[in-house]
Design a protein around this ligand. Sequence first.
Ligand code: BGC
Length: 767
Amino acid sequence: MKKIIILSIAIGILSLASFAAPKFKKMRKFPPNDDIEKKIDSLLALMTLEEKVGQMVQYNGFWDVTGPSPKGGNAEKKYEHLRKGWVGSMLTVRGTEEVRAVQKIVTEESRLGIPLIIGFDVIHGYKTLSPIPLAEAASWDLEAIKKSAEVAAAEAAASGINWTFAPMVDISRDPRWGRVMEGAGEDPYLGSKIAKARVTGFQGNDLSNPLTVAACAKHFAGYGFAEAGREYNKADIGTVTLHNMVLPPFKASAEAGARTFMTGFNELNGIPVTGNDYLLRDILKKEWGFDGFVISDWASIEEMLTWGYTKDRASTAVRAAEAGVDMDMEGNIYMEELANMVRTGKVKEEIVDEAVRRILRVKFELGLFEDPYKYCDPEREKEVIGNPEHIEAVKDMAKKSIVLLKNENNLLPLKKKEQTIALIGPLADENNSPLGSWRLGSDDSTGVSLKTGLEKYSNNKIEYTQGVKLITNQAEFTKELHINTTDTSGFEEAKEVAKNADVVIMALGEHGFLSGEGRSRTKLDLPGLQQELLEEVYKVNKNVVLVLQNGRPLTINWAEKNIPAIVEAWQLGSQSGNAIAEVLYGDYNPSGKLPMTFPRSVGQIPIYYNHKRTGRPVDPAPGEEQVFWSHYIDEENAPLYPFGFGLSYTEFAYKNLQLAKKEIKKNETLKLSVEVSNTGNYDGREVVQLYIRDLYGSIIRPVKELKGFELIPLKKGETKTVTFELGPKELGFYNEQGNYLVEPGEFQVFIGGSSETSLEDSFFMVE
Ligand code: BGC
């Protein structure tokens, strides 16, 4: 028996001899019919321990940093490790030349020539930028979102990249947290649909297609629940919230075939997620059968030490590897500690082998072993990047992401002729801020500003003044608000310009860099002097359209009360100004719906629509003195704008909610339908939303949960019947052990154009 084993190993090694030589060209001689697992077996058999650990190492390139900078000039060390084949991946290396350069070193100079997988944060586009992900989520348009990911993938892949650190699928209920701009908002159902759209958009159906990239669902898991919305903070949540709210979009990503997952910086209930066997091994790798690989976040392995979870670097490396982190992002801890830990028996070599197998698997799937330079064609790079089709796609996405929050007296759409429009605000002539955060691959100041968009759009007279200044000076920029807090000298001119205008457009909000990683806020008002400016201008002209550009929900109570028209225009990417102009002039009728609740006050946070009811939910009758119910004494419970809310220039009416049955069995599916009519004066698109409420259960269920939606175009005067189905997948929930239960009982259903819809009915589920 022993002999047979030795013999087969020898045969394996012999058959590999042809590609064991250092050069990439020889690597191609994998037996053509062998499947990927066999190829991995043969390669693993040739690798030294250092080479294996090396595959688990990701280094940042020598150019951009997205985390704390590596100390000192360590480029030489990185080059040396590349030459030795001790590096499996690099991040933020981009452009066909840069990528070719590093790929050449590993494939031609290292012993086995294993190509690198090249990762990059392609978050909302590469060069041609889409809206920030939160804005895209507001479109509820899964096809458009998928298309946007396809565009991003094509441009990134043409520029040498084969792996994006996206989608970020962290559910968050806390707009103080700057990274809400990167996700799909607060709802796990919508978040799961969008996760799937993004993963399939990035990866297509064939990873070896040179216009696709591997996706990475991040940050696994719970990062969006950072306490107090403070970046990198702990996240204490119960298992019910974990399973029902946090994990679904990750599960959807795994089911959609996301080839990689990233852990987060956070701990979850006392255990850093980067060292969390339950999440990584039990749920992701076992229960969900995920066979791609897991990368840490930037130095998050090392940070387990800082958290006080591990005692030294060596045991930290062991902890992460055992928990199931396959690759160490720029932490150097696997590189420095792991091989030694294997040698001294502190961690089994099989753990390393398994991690390497996962990494090599994705590299094979990408086709990197056939041609490590397949993403490095400068001709394709020129053709693909900035392609007119891409510009059209991101503009389309941008229009669809806009949410109309208020439109009193039909102030919008604007008249196209003979109007004098005052355009005021620090973000009006901005071509950098609309690009938003996370756009490393694109060039600064390449967005279309609102001013440019409006000027191109009609012959109306545009009178522009900034009102308050934007701070672009780098030194002052770090003060974070980016908008002047002291200088009111522009107010008079703003009022002068506003006074004589037919309509005033106020372009206010947050600079694009005010949200994103490391940008938590304690206040959610308009930063700097913008609120004062708005109030001053309103004094001289009431016809104000507030165009908000921001990366998170804001508390704009005064504006909601006073300003007749409010347009949520987020940070819309390269085509921002063109898209907003088209919507303001009514050539695109806004159809976006909020993917995240807008609070009235920071004190209400966390505020979200799918909350539980409490034992004292009753709002007393007006005038009745009541203290002992779940409320605030200085603010309403209700949000400023609820989840799912968004207006249109037309009106939609809902009627005839029909349930096929009033009683279903546990495994049955209930069919529902509703009639939706466009009763206004414009063609439009409506997001028809279906919510349920499970009235009682072994675990208290939320007051409402989104369980279906459909985006339908409706012409003026048109009526359509929209149908939905509710089955065990929609009607069950996870209990505190993470088991999925479908419990008989009574359910309410609600259908309409927001989470505060009033059309409702109910049915029973029986055993
Ligand atoms: C972020 C990740 C990102 C990584 C690489 C980290 O700081 O948390 O989301 O992918 O940097 O840039």
